[in-house]
Design a protein around this ligand. Structure first.
Ligand code: TYM
Length: 407
């Protein structure tokens, strides 16, 4: 095991040695510490990969593995945060998390604006929300070639009819008509590859991704049936879907019956994680309401009321009963400033951290590089197994044949 400077000593000793060498080489302290962290990070990655196969007696008890991701299209919004990223943050100490910026998904509906910048920005937002790069693997999907390769192989085991049922395709294709791409159609297979490559135990997502994750589970089962029957273990885990009840579906501010979304034309329909306090207050002030007296959860005639109260509940961390006690007698004029303040208190520190992080893109790149190395290691391992199952003549096979000839 070697650190960046070629030392063989691990962790603290290595950090100190690295700091010392950094001083000798006149590397700025921030960069030295980041490298030191990275060294520890890489050490963990390599050890896990080479000496601790999952589930063996000598390996330390393994944490549940998680895979999830967000598309870097536009800014992350409150729905992405409450439905996905916040749940990753809460779980990170109890899991081994692979968190992708799924940039290949961002091009399914045509060229994606400033994709490179959006990818860095999404990674920075993961960090600003509290994802710890020493605990989690943060990576850009397009850098790990195995995603596209596995997608092809999974396409060959996925019945066409399964994809015809995908609601998101139908919704998006409606807008694009005949020009909707093959990529948009087969996107859920890419998502299945994203998931299955990492053999996760569960996938935390918002409600809108339920159908895609169920499809990934079906694809995993079908693949295992076709290629692993009679073998001592299946190639793919069939991961669970995980959602948080209270925030699995954050609705738009201008219509409580449609989900908050990056692609909605009206920016006032969503709270972006980069919105300033003034913008947040203005958006909440203008959000759609109704003329009922008082405020309540769960009335189907009042979707906006249910949505705004649910957002309030999640960002304040209060229970439903506490929110009912506090708010049921309020009118909109009293409740909206309360909600706006609670949102600002929760989100503004994230926005400030994000802005700081975006000033140091080299650091974000360091994190993504580390993530790439770790993710790629795991992804290649799964892909190699798939190639064996399928029966491709692998480089390993060819080397064995050559070796035999030489002896
Ligand atoms: P995306 O980028 O649309 O959304 C990222 C995550 O945010 C959740 N989400 C929401 N949750 C609650 N309320 C909302 N209004 C809301 N809007 C979005 C999504 O459910 C998701 O968890 N195809 C996926 C990205 C993806 C992926 C994966 C996810 C690609 N490969 C593998 C998990 C695992 C997507 O477009 O999510």
């Amino acid at each position: 095991m070697r650190c960046w400077f070629g030392h063989t000593s691990p962790n603290l000793a290595c950090r100190m040695t690295v700091a010392f060498c950094g001083a000798l080489h006149r590397v700025p302290l921030g960069a030295v510490l980041r490298r030191a962290n990275r060294c520890r990070f890489l050490a963990t990655a390599t050890e896990t990969a080479t000496t601790a196969p999952r589930g063996t007696a000598s390996a330390p008890p393994r944490l549940p593995r998680v895979l999830s991701g967000v598309q870097p299209t536009g800014n992350l919004h409150l729905g992405n945060y409450l439905g996905a990223v916040q749940t990753w943050v809460e779980a990170q100490e109890r899991t081994e998390s692979y968190l992708a910026v799924v940039d290949m998904h961002a091009v399914t509906t045509g060229p994606s604006k400033a994709l490179r910048q959006a990818t860095l920005s999404a990674a920075a937002m993961y960090l600003a929300c509290g994802i710890d790069p020493e605990r989690c693997v943060i990576f850009a999907q397009s850098q790990v070639g195995a995603h596209a390769e596995l997608m092809w192989l999974l396409s060959c085991v996925t019945p066409h009819g399964w994809l015809n049922r995908m609601i998101q395709f139908k919704e998006k294709a409606k807008k694009q008509g005949e020009t909707a791409s093959m990529g948009l159609f087969s996107y859920p297979v890419l998502q299945a590859a994203d998931v299955l490559l990492y053999r996760p135990d569960y996938v935390p997502v918002g409600e809108d991704q339920r159908q895609h994750i169920e499809l990934a589970r079906d694809i995993a089962k079908r693949y295992n049936d076709l290629y692993c029957a009679g073998k001592d273990r299946n190639t793919f885990n069939v991961p669970e879907l995980r959602m948080t009840k209270s925030s699995a579906r954050v609705m738009a501010l201008d219509d409580g019956t449609t989900k908050m979304s990056k692609s909605a034309e009206n920016d006032g329909s969503r709270i972006n994680m980069t919105d300033t306090p003034d913008v947040i207050s203005r958006k909440i002030k203008r959000s759609k309401t109704d003329s009922f007296v008082g405020l309540e959860f769960g009335n189907p005639q009042r979707p906006e009321c249910d949505n705004l109260l649910s957002i309030y509940q999640v960002v304040t961390g209060k229970t439903k009963d506490e929110v009912v006690d506090e708010c049921s007698h309020l009118n909109w004029g009293k409740f909206k400033p309360l909600l706006a303040d609670a949102l600002v208190e929760h989100i503004d520190p994230i926005r400030c951290r994000y802005e700081e992080l975006m000033k140091d893109k080299a650091y974000i790149v360091d994190v993504l590089m580390d993530g790439y190395e770790k993710a790629n290691l795991q992804a290649i391992r799964t892909l190699d197994r798939v190639k064996k199952d399928v029966g491709f003549l692998t480089l390993g096979d060819m080397r064995k044949i050559q070796k035999k000839r030489k002896v």
